[in-house]
Design a protein around this ligand. Structure first.
Ligand code: HH2
Length: 266
């Protein structure tokens, strides 16, 4: 049984090419203002990323990623906002923690050399996500025997690796990585099978906001997937998710309030 209401993580993409909001917040000022807006709308934490992970996205050089994210992390953290850094690069993780980030969100599951070491000595929370392949290749016919079992086994192994390096269990969050090397039917299986991920014993983060599967189900382009995304977020909560990573914070927070009141559940 969950004991706390779900948390909402608002997304700030300091990128030129994110799939739903690329280019909108590439400028530090615009990104900081957006992060503040999301916090004011009720985000419990704000996830700052400087490299798009959309299928086929071009990698971003280390210097450029640091230049994009650090001023944003620093300004939001100084405001007292809980900031998560969305990066696969150990150097970015370290610099963001030094700038005040409270969480490191790695879509690569801390598999890069040095990634575990970058977080181990800090007190930052860590989000370990499952991705099959890399953003460049991940949507090229991803295949699983049993997607839920394979994702759960991966997350358990990565969490053990982090704990082995001294990251306390309480600092770890796991995420099945909706859309990262998954077809629509894999995403559906993971959503229905989410309780098996929850059973690993770590809080589960779910990120479905505006993603292609929502578009496939509704027939809507990325800019018109808010209602579909909110519905997905509620199902994720029903299935045990503790943190929802969303672009549309206000709408998600409203939906959670109504859900909470009517269902009597967290
Ligand atoms: N999804 C995206 C990026 N980071 N992190 C976690 N933990 N879980 C997710 O599902 C997740 C994530 C992709 O969404 P977005 O940031 O909007 O797009 P882009 O990668 O194109 O910037």
């Amino acid at each position: 049984m969950k004991t706390r209401p779900p948390r909402v993580m608002g997304i700030v993409n300091v990128t030129a090419d994110s799939f739903s909001d690329g280019g909108q917040f590439l400028d530090a000022k615009a990104a900081i203002a957006h992060g503040r807006r999301l916090a004011a709308e009720g985000a419990d934490l704000v996830d700052v990323g400087g490299e798009s992970t959309r299928p086929g996205a071009a990698p971003v050089a280390l210097d450029e990623e640091l230049r994009r994210v650090l001023p944003v992390v620093e300004a939001l953290a100084l405001d007292g906002i809980a900031v998560s850094i969305d990066s696969m690069k150990p150097e970015v993780m370290r610099a963001a923690i030094a700038a005040g980030a409270a969480m490191v969100n790695d879509v690569n599951g801390f598999r890069a050399p040095g990634a575990i070491e970058a977080v181990a000595g800090s007190s930052a929370a860590v989000c370990v996500m499952h991705m099959k392949g890399t953003p460049a290749t991940m949507q090229a016919e991803p295949a699983y025997e049993d997607v839920v079992a394979e994702v759960a086994a991966f997350l358990a192994e990565r969490a053990r690796a982090l704990e082995g390096a001294g990251v306390a269990e309480e600092r770890i969050v796991v995420d099945p990585g909706f859309g990262f090397g998954k077809t629509r039917s894999h995403n559906v299986a993971l959503m229905r099978g989410l309780p098996a991920i929850v059973a690993l014993g770590y809080p589960v983060l779910a990120g479905l906001s505006r993603k292609r599967t929502i578009g496939d189900i509704t027939g809507r382009p990325a800019g018109e997937r808010v209602a579909g995304s909110v519905a997905a977020a509620l199902v994720a909560v029903q299935n045990g998710a503790s943190i929802l990573r969303v672009h549309d914070v206000k709408e998600t927070v409203d939906a959670l309030k109504v859900w909470h009141e009517f269902s009597g559940e967290n």
